[in-house]
Design a protein around this ligand. Structure first.
Ligand code: ADP
Ligand code: MG
Length: 250
């Protein structure tokens, strides 16, 4: 469902993404992990056609995102790292607007919008301007808007930032359910506990290069001390050497 071939992005001299190759199957939940600045958001933007690659291809549902951007975007739902919303619209109006953009019929919207507002516990705020929403509420609204057109591929860039524990749990349940129905999910996250429970496979990117890929169990075999996904991640990314940093407190 997602095929990334030799995908490379340079910003001037900086090689932000270095020859990424990746294949993700229908219904798979793929977790994309890496330290800040590793190249995750760059990958997301390339995958969704928001950036032009310096080299290589991203193919979604068999459609090359650069060659046929509109066709490809119809089957993609993106939850970006920052909730892009129109603050002078109400939640209800925003959902209608996004539904219209994607050609969702009026009838469809009439049933889905109240459903999704309810699911994300936004019903009491439906007619309130988005400028009065908290960051977490805006994030939930963006998630609801992405579900409206039933995309085959959902791309999430750190979707849990700003969500309360219940919101995070609801999000997890929704995306696991969708994946069981065949939706493919590509998710960047730092919430390793949820990634461990949700994702079928994990890829780790560092300095623009995919350094490790596999199930949590497969990744565990690549490190000395094992442990949970957080322990494994920190060993693979050199993040376990933080004791040094504490000297700055002295
Ligand atoms: N528009 C841009 N112009 C120049 N450099 C950028 C731009 N966007 C990202 N970068 C750089 O590319 C690298 C990867 O960034 P990004 O993909 O945002 O990482 P991540 O999402 O993993 O934190 C970082 O070094 C970042 O500073
Ligand atoms: Mg990012």
């Amino acid at each position: 469902m997602i095929k990334i071939i030799n995908l490379t992005k340079r910003y001037g001299k900086l090689l932000a993404l270095d020859n990424l190759n990746l294949e993700i199957s229908p219904g798979e939940i793929f977790g994309f992990l890496g330290p800040n600045g590793a190249g995750k958001t760059t990958t997301v933007k390339l995958l969704c056609g928001l950036l032009k690659p310096s080299q290589g291809q991203a193919i979604v549902g068999g459609i090359d995102i650069q060659q046929h951007p509109e066709e490809a975007k119809k089957i993609i739902g993106l939850v970006p790292d920052f909730p892009f919303v129109y603050k002078k619209l109400s939640g209800q109006e925003f959902l209608q607007f996004i539904g219209d953009l994607y050609g969702v019929t009026g009838e469809d919207m009439a049933s889905k919008i109240p459903n999704y507002l309810e699911m994300f516990e936004l019903t009491p705020w439906a007619n309130e301007l988005i400028e009065n929403y908290s960051r977490g509420m805006q994030q939930k609204l963006v998630m609801a808007s992405v579900l409206l057109h039933e995309p085959k591929v959902i791309v999430l860039d750190e979707p849990l930032v700003g969500l309360d524990p219940k919101g995070a749990r609801v999000m997890k349940e929704i995306f696991v359910n969708l994946s069981k129905k065949g939706t493919t999910i590509f998710m960047c996250t730092h919430t390793l506990e949820i990634a461990e429970r949700m994702c079928n496979r994990i890829g780790i990117i560092q300095n623009g290069r995919l350094t490790n890929i596999g199930t949590t169990d497969e990744l565990r075999q690549q490190v000395k001390e094992g442990g949970n996904l957080e322990d494994i991640f920190l060993q693979l990314t050199g993040g376990s050497e933080y004791a040094d940093l504490l000297k700055y407190l002295e």
